[in-house]
Write a new protein. Structure first.
Length: 236
């Protein structure tokens, strides 16, 4: 069954609140959806955008997103079947019974038990740097970037530093303790990188609370996403 922006209510309500504010403040924005899965956010915000570039390496998820775009008659979503990282190459994508948990970094048994997941198949997927894709394919500069790639967020940010520094988009990035640990780093590295780029870094809890956390509050495990505003943003 497909999903819509109304799905995952307990997770996405506060994200929708802030995305509605951000997209509502922009004229004809360009949206990069990194870790698009089957398009909850790509499809949900396509009507507000000039174009959505959706990055999703999993073959099944990418095909499902293409089918959903065709069924809805949406023509301004451009699909890229690629993972984004710091270095180009190939990596193994680990699949799970709930494919929103698919990751370039294998999950330990305790996480499988906690989330009631079964291991699925594995596939080799291409990995590219965002900066390279933007230059090679002459992609338009992003106004909004969402990054939810199950632990690979830091590497994707590093691989897109030039694009981000030039475009200064609003960035929503997942901030998971477990997923970043699976990838071999502490999640604070994401925060520190964005702060070094002079972004205003705010934290959002996982569920319906729309309050923005800052400072020491970002250390709370319940902070599940970072909403990051560029220098000079009207939201600062």
């Amino acid at each position: 069954m497909g999903h819509s922006i109304r799905d995952y209510e307990d997770i996405n309500e506060n994200l929708r609140f802030w995305f509605n504010r951000v997209f509502g403040s922009l004229a004809d924005p360009v949206f990069y959806d990194i870790g698009a899965n089957d398009g909850v956010f790509s499809l949900g915000y396509a009507a507000r955008c000039r174009v959505v570039h959706a990055f999703e390496p999993a073959a099944v998820s990418c095909a499902r997103l293409a089918e959903r775009c065709a069924a809805a008659g949406i023509e301004n979503i451009v699909l890229h079947r690629v993972a984004l990282g710091e270095k180009p190459g190939t990596m193994t994508l680990y699949g799970y019974s709930d494919d929103t948990f698919n990751s370039l970094h294998q999950r330990p048994a305790d996480q499988l038990s906690h989330y009631s997941l079964d291991e699925g198949g594995r596939e080799e997927v291409p990995v590219a740097r965002l900066d390279d894709l933007v230059a090679e394919q002459e992609l338009p500069a992003p106004d909004v970037v969402k990054i939810d790639i199950e632990g690979a967020e830091l590497h994707a940010l590093r691989g897109g530093e030039r694009t981000i520094s030039e475009a200064l988009p609003v960035i929503l990035v997942e901030y998971s303790v477990d997923n970043t640990a699976n990838a071999g780093y502490e999640r604070t590295a994401i925060r520190d990188l964005l702060l070094s780029w002079d972004y205003d870094v705010r934290g959002l809890y996982r569920n319906t609370d729309t309050g923005l956390r800052s400072g020491d509050e970002l250390d709370h495990r319940s902070v599940w996403n970072l909403l990051c505003f560029p220098p000079g943003s009207r939201f600062r």
